[in-house]
Ligand binder design. Structure first.
Ligand code: GP9
Ligand code: MN
Length: 606
């Protein structure tokens, strides 16, 4: 067989893509197989033009590159349930933050992706004198036929579905995984390369039609009177802080006694969720400060730090607030120095402003961090807005043994143990902070908020944490993974209250403005204090609304998914979620347009 090497190459390539689905537990149907083989043909049939000897080495190199990309995708998927993207280039400096946690993504079985290399080489050596080379025109015919067949099979379903389903395949798919299922592994990476290159080159595609699609409210510039006696605002974002730890007991001991107690003095929101994606901490901050969604690949902070957003700090500045951000890590990490200045912070207290001694994990421990942050906040003129980003409970949850206070002998996973130790410590830090705020007269009249930035990364089905929480069905796992605590201490109030409103980090800015009586600029979120039910959307198009949770089927067009009742944890009729599916998608599209096309600035220029 003249092209035996190429046939083996195709078989191995397809096996790798199949294995990718097995490792990531994602769909692999017959249609998807055909789509993938078509793209492999399109990308590799040119090698049939080469003489046999050269072709083998080229195919071997292609297999190596293929494995490298597949394995990188698998590691990335294990952390983010998403695929790598060109836009992540801007995030390479932050990748180190996963640190020791990254190694947990790598397993020995991943090496299988490179097992073909020695086997393929051995087969080459064996066949090296047994296969001849076809004449040039024949090779051209085979290469052309392979390429054409691949292209037709790849394009046909796209074209068909474009006609049938009004373009869902080429429409904004909202999530990378939907694009992957529509275009196949190589199709996704090819499309991403083109879009990413265009974006990095700064080419803008915002048409005036698209601008017209934006809600009218965006254009309204408010001129509201300044309310009297505006309170100081202190917002504390806690690292990897899940709501599952609130009220949790370990060997009869409360994991978060201080936060549990805080329910007596503040408004607690049990139906509050993080909406972060790949930008992790930076996404949580962005959602909070801009009331927009994160982008579908990478972080807004690193890619769009200079764009125009209706930022909370800048809006508060208009009403006379002094604004300061505190985070005891490198000021350039996640591009914070640029983003904070752009969004309206007068000052940014970073690692160099805090004590050098007393590190836990990545930075100064949260007890000292919060205490020193209060001192910095007190230096601001009132009213002030202080935004504090804590860091002790960051993966891989390293915690000094001498400070451990919990008996975690019943747990096996070191990451889970570390997580609970750090969470318990951060809870103490919050308790001490509240005492200090009270002592300094900064508690009673201030608006103080505590919330978690995102989950611990230890919540997937079958993990020790999920099993410990008896999280087995879709709703349980969603709650464990997406739920973060939110406590709001209203100015001048001391009573505790449970507010059942469904919401997410996108609602924090509108809630703050609502509570202090300032008209908001155009924001995507809504105040949690009003009675209205809002759609709390997540980056993949899933959402919570009312008593329902909707999980999309990413292998299908927008609108195919399953609706669940959060109360019964059972699947319910799709009709219960139907109206909100498009609303959630629309929220994400509007947000993308504002961020990626810098639409707010363009509107002002118009
Ligand atoms: C460091 C912090 C890291 O500044 O943002 O947290 P992460 O983004 O990895 O969750
Ligand atoms: Mn984080």
């Amino acid at each position: 067989m003249i092209f035996l090497d190429y046939a083996i190459y195709l078989a191995i390539s397809m096996f790798k893509l199949f294995l990718f689905s097995v490792y990531t537990e994602t769909e692999f149907s017959v249609g998807f197989f055909i789509l993938n083989i078509a793209t492999v043909l399109v990308l590799s049939s040119w090698t049939l033009l080469l003489k046999a000897k050269t072709r083998r080495w080229v195919l071997l190199s292609l297999l190596f590159l293929h494995s490298t990309l597949v394995v990188s995708d698998i590691w990335y998927y294990r952390y983010f349930e998403d695929l790598l993207s060109v836009m992540l280039i801007a995030d390479v400096p932050q990748m180190s933050s996963v640190g020791g946690g990254f190694l947990t993504l790598v397993t020995w079985k991943d090496l299988i992706f490179f097992a073909d290399l020695p086997l393929f080489s051995a087969a080459f050596l064996y066949f090296r004198n047994k296969t001849g080379t076809l004449p040039k025109n024949k090779r051209l015919q085979f290469a052309g036929a392979g390429f054409a067949a691949g292209l037709i099979v790849f394009i046909a379903p796209l074209a068909w579905s474009y006609v049938q389903k009004e373009g869902w395949l080429v429409d904004n798919p909202i999530s990378n995984m939907r694009e992957y299922y529509q275009l196949g592994f190589w199709g996704y990476h090819g499309a991403d390369l083109i879009n990413g290159a265009a974006s990095l080159a700064g080419s803008s595609s915002l048409s005036s039609d698209q601008l017209d699609l934006l809600p009218d409210a965006i254009r309204e510039i408010e001129a509201a009177p300044i309310p009297e006696d505006l309170p100081n605002i202190i917002v504390v974002q806690l690292e990897s802080f899940q709501s599952s730890v609130i009220g949790q007991k370990i060997n009869g001991k409360e994991l978060t006694p201080n936060l549990n107690q805080l329910k007596e003095e503040t408004i607690y929101f049990p139906n509050f969720y993080h909406q972060t994606h790949e930008g992790r901490t930076s996404d949580a901050e962005f959602l909070t400060l801009s009331s927009l969604h994160p982008v579908k690949s990478g972080s807004v902070y690193t890619q769009y730090a200079g764009n125009d957003f209706n930022g909370l700090p800048a809006h508060l500045q208009r009403y006379g607030y002094e604004t300061a951000a505190m985070h005891a890590f490198e000021r350039t990490f996640w591009n914070r120095d640029k983003f904070y200045e752009n969004i309206g912070f007068d000052r940014f207290y970073s690692r160099k402003d805090f004590s050098e001694e007393g590190k836990i994990g990545m930075a100064l421990n949260d007890k000292d961090f919060l205490s020193e942050s209060i001192a910095f906040a007190s230096e601001q003129d009132s009213p002030f807005f202080a935004f504090m980003v804590a860091l002790t409970s960051h993966t891989p949850y390293e915690f000094p043994q001498e400070l451990e206070k919990l008996d975690l002998n019943d747990y096996d996973d070191d990451l889970v143990k570390g997580y609970y130790h750090t969470v318990h410590y951060v809870d103490e830090a919050v308790g001490e902070m509240i005492s200090e705020l009270k002592q300094k007269g900064l508690w009673d009249d201030s608006l103080v908020i505590f919330y978690g930035d995102h989950d611990s990364g230890l919540t997937q089905k079958g993990t020790e944490m999920a099993e410990d929480a008896n999280a087995e069905n879709v709703v349980d796992l969603f709650e464990l993974d997406q739920g973060v605590p939110l406590f709001i201490k209203a100015p001048g109030s001391s009573g505790g209250e449970i507010n059942e409103s469904v919401g997410g980090q996108i609602d924090i800015a509108p809630t703050i403005l609502d509570m202090i009586g300032i008209d908001p600029p155009y924001l995507l979120g809504s105040s949690l204090m009003d009675e209205e039910e809002n759609v709390t959307a997540f980056r993949d198009g899933s959402f919570r609304y009312n008593e329902f949770y909707y999980k999309p089927d990413l292998t299908a067009p927008i609108g195919s998914g399953t609706c669940y009742s959060v109360q019964t944890e059972e699947q319910v009729a799709f009709g219960n979620c139907e109206d909100e599916v498009e609303e959630a998608a629309e929220q994400l599209r509007t947000s993308d347009l504002i961020i990626q096309e810098n639409a707010l600035e363009k509107i002002k220029e118009k």
